[in-house]
Ligand binder design. Structure first.
Ligand SMILES: NCCC[C@H](NC(=O)CCC(=O)O)C(=O)O
Length: 447
């Protein structure tokens, strides 16, 4: 049966801010306490969705989470009405309050891992939300992510949802950012490549020394079991710990795959030559596999992390050629820009590039690929997706006016003391659940 890949982009939430919460993520740390512009952020994301839709791709929308997370503040001992809780938390621990206001669920490449039905033994599409337990602000996400995934993919005939992995670092799971799939087409069984940062149980494997490895081998193995992947459909490879220490906190900051193409830096993986050999041997497709390995003397790790070249989306167009959907930062970096031009002229399926201004997300370490969750679906499965979360020209117009009505154009540290921010945010999200036909997914709608 015909199948397509749908990109579900995270809609940036109304409290998007820069709190410097992600140790190991260079952009997040360097923009700590800068002013953010939530309205510009959501509109930049919507522009990318619209452009993908106009290119003929199936586009979906992934709703933001309710912020601030009042329940976690209560769990941490703050009492009283919502506005009293905000006031007390702001005085006692402003950074904690900002973490509870973080819009980090916008990076849906970290929402979960998805295996398409052609890869699974029971022929269903499998979903597991990521526990994101390496960072406090992100550990708040999996419960709502699961609720959203169930509201979006609500048909047991086709979709199987799993509980996120145990909330403990040994099973650190950061979702699809560390998961790539190589295949001839989305209708064909693919090779699911799980890239882990370190092993929790096997101390013989190397670890980064400075920054944390967020994805554990044991988490990746558990996902492969839960998703009932066939043995020939799975491969576990280790990220190069040296580049984690240089700011490559997820694999999608150093590699991206699409169809029969793997674009990666030459320092992306541990024992890279052997790892690439393993990938070639395990590859299941009939089309030739293109591994585009970017050398350090053309693009340094610093340039890769600064420009987010590898956090581009690689998309397949209707004529079967591919386009690189890159952040504008790649255009500004001469070495990266030159490399992209060279790649486009070389003999491989990537023939075009388009640059997008995603500065608001980039300043927190999230490029085009971070903003989207890929879900490959056949025709029947696509028809079973909640139509409210499928992107269209009309939906775009509705969402732009919704954002213009509800979002602020500046947020700074002091604004988090303002209880009106909670009221505005919850009102916006309450309206959004009707726009996207999600039902009462948020805890504040269930009280
Ligand atoms: N896939 C991109 C994820 C970026 C995300 N940044 C953040 O959470 C920064 C939030 C802040 O610092 O305000 C992260 O590091 O997990």
């Amino acid at each position: 049966m015909h199948a397509v890949e749908v990109n579900f982009d995270g809609l940036v939430g109304p409290t998007h801010n820069y709190a410097g919460l992600s140790y190991g993520n260079v952009a997040s740390l360097s923009h700590a306490s800068s002013h953010s512009n939530p309205k510009e952020a959501v509109l930049q994301g919507l522009e990318k969705m619209k452009a993908m839709h106009e290119l003929g791709l199936e586009q979906g929308i992934f709703a933001p989470h309710a912020r601030p997370d009042i329940n976690v503040l209560k769990r941490l001992g703050f009492t009283g009405s919502d506005s009293q809780i905000i006031e007390k938390a702001f005085k006692a621990d402003p950074i904690l309050l900002r973490a509870c206001y973080s819009a980090s669920a916008m990076w849906t490449a970290n929402a979960g891992t998805i295996s398409p039905s052609v890869d699974t033994l029971d022929g269903k599409v499998h979903f597991t939300a990521a526990n994101l337990n390496n960072k406090f602000h992100r550990s708040l996400e999996p419960v709502t992510t699961t609720a959203l995934l169930k509201a979006m993919f609500n048909d047991e005939r086709y979709f199987s949802h799993h509980t996120h992995l145990p909330d403990q670092g040994f099973f650190g799971d950061e979702g699809a950012a560390n998961h790539n799939r190589l295949c001839d087409s989305h209708a064909d069984t693919g090779l699911e490549i799980f890239v882990f940062g370190a092993s929790s149980f096997n101390s013989a494997l190397p670890k980064p020394v400075k920054f944390p490895a967020r994805q554990s081998l044991e988490a990746s193995q558990a996902i492969a079991r839960l998703h009932q992947l066939k043995p020939e459909n799975q491969l576990f490879i280790q990220q190069n710990p040296d580049v984690i220490d240089q700011g490559v906190f997820h694999n999608d900051v150093i590699a991206v795959a699409n169809g029969n193409v793997l674009l990666c830096h030459e320092q992306a993986f541990l024992h890279q030559a052997d790892t690439l050999k393993q990938i070639k041997q395990a590859y299941l497709g009939n089309k030739p596999l293109h591994i585009i390995e970017v050398p350090t003397n053309k693009v340094s790790i610093t340039d890769a992390v600064g420009s987010y070249l590898f956090n581009s989306q690689l998309i397949t167009l209707s004529d079967d050629s591919m386009m690189l959907v890159a952040p504008k930062e790649c255009q500004r970096n001469q070495a990266v820009h030159d490399y992209i031009q060279e790649m486009i002229l070389a003999d491989n399926p990537v023939q075009q590039v388009r640059f997008f201004d995603l500065r608001q997300s980039m300043q927190n370490g999230g490029g085009p690929a971070c903003l989207r969750l890929r879900v490959a679906l056949n025709t029947d499965e696509l028809a079973a997706v909640n139509p409210g979360v499928r992107f269209s020209e009309e939906k775009y117009t509705e969402l732009v006016s919704w954002a213009n009505k509800h979002y602020r154009d500046s947020l700074s540290s002091d604004d988090f003391a303002d209880p009106m921010l909670l009221t505005e945010s919850y009102q916006a999200l309450d309206e959004l659940t009707s726009l996207l036909n999600l039902g009462s997914v948020y805890p504040f709608q269930q009280e």
